[in-house]
Design a protein around this ligand. Structure first.
Ligand code: ADP
Length: 297
């Protein structure tokens, strides 16, 4: 282990001690795979285990936003969320330390549905959040706005379309995207969303079950927005199954217009995937845009 590694892990240990107000001597540390963006480690000692994410020191802001997002979700007391412990930088690295949770791969879909509805019951006065954060590695702008349609148009679709245009996306995708932005109010003719607390990046990889059978959500991109945006994302890369949606709908019925709007909400994530990874996501985004424009008749 190099001296930079020593400096880094000593700093992490000191920050855990400071945050927890007690002694902590790490006895074991090992790397874990599975993350999209950061390097992940578990750190164990004195009967405690922490989950540590590392990235460049320049990404500290991303970790601070993630820690605040975890706290915001925990405050709702609706679904289990890892407790953030510390953030900081040392030896050119940024770190985020949180409670380690052991996942056991069990199914908890129905409970997840009910608990997600409870999370969404927590609302704000407006749409957005008190700070920006990231969606994947892309900045996510959360400036407060009383008007959800304007929020989605400018801070979600418009933001990603601008990035896509700069990345060299075809003019048809960008132009059709702008036509869609102009027509957004049509999708909200009989529907008034509330500013619900959202996880914000709720694909299957960010939801697990703990050893007591409780659903756990992590790696959020928190803001207050239409709860349908969270629901839509659960469906994007293979959904949690019918029991989840039935339980959610029992707890808080889903508006019939969701079936159309979910494409509008997932378009944001597909554009983001294009901006992060390129490739076939441009075609997928274009097909989604066409489908939405076809709904306008
Ligand atoms: P990234 O920010 O790089 O996408 P994730 O937050 O998705 O990383 O974490 C990577 C993997 O580590 C997850 O797929 C999950 O299995 C595991 N993981 C995440 N948070 C915890 C935690 N608090 N305790 C234990 N394992 C975790």
């Amino acid at each position: 282990m190099g001296s930079d590694d020593h400096t880094l892990w000593d700093a992490i240990t000191a920050s855990i001690r400071a945050a927890e107000g007690g002694g902590f001597t790490p006895a074991d540390r090992h790397g874990v795979g599975g993350g999209c963006i950061n390097q992940a480690w578990t750190l164990t000692g004195d009967g405690q285990r922490y989950f540590v994410k590392l990235n460049d020191a320049a990404r500290l802001d991303m970790f601070e936003a993630e820690a605040e997002g975890l706290s915001e979700l925990r405050a709702a007391n609706a679904i289990r969320v890892p407790r953030p412990v510390a953030t900081g930088t040392a030896a050119g690295r940024g770190y985020l330390v949180m409670e380690h949770i052991t996942f056991d791969g069990r199914e908890s879909s129905a409970r997840f549905g009910a608990e997600l509805a409870a999370l969404h019951r927590r609302t704000a006065e407006r749409f957005g959040w008190h700070r920006d954060n990231t969606i994947g590695a892309t900045p996510q702008v959360n400036t407060w706005n009383a008007d959800w349609v304007a929020f989605w148009r400018e801070q979600r679709l418009g933001f990603q379309l601008d990035l896509a245009a700069r990345r060299g996306a075809g003019t048809r995708l960008v132009d059709r995207g702008h036509v869609l932005m102009e027509h957004l109010p049509a999708f909200f003719a009989d529907y008034r969303p509330l500013p619900s607390l959202l996880h914000g990046d709720l694909w299957g990889g960010n939801m697990e079950t703990d050893r007591d059978g409780r659903p756990v959500i992590f790696d959020p991109a928190v803001y207050y927005g239409d709860r349908e945006a969270d629901l839509a994302m659960t469906e994007l890369f293979g959904g949690p199954g019918g029991a989840f949606y039935r339980a959610y709908d029992d707890a808080w019925p889903i508006d019939p217009g969701y079936g159309v709007r979910k494409t509008l909400y997932n378009l944001y994530h597909i554009l983001n995937h294009y901006n992060l990874f390129g490739g076939g996501y441009a075609d997928q985004a274009e097909r989604m845009t066409d489908r939405l424009l076809a709904e306008l008749g």
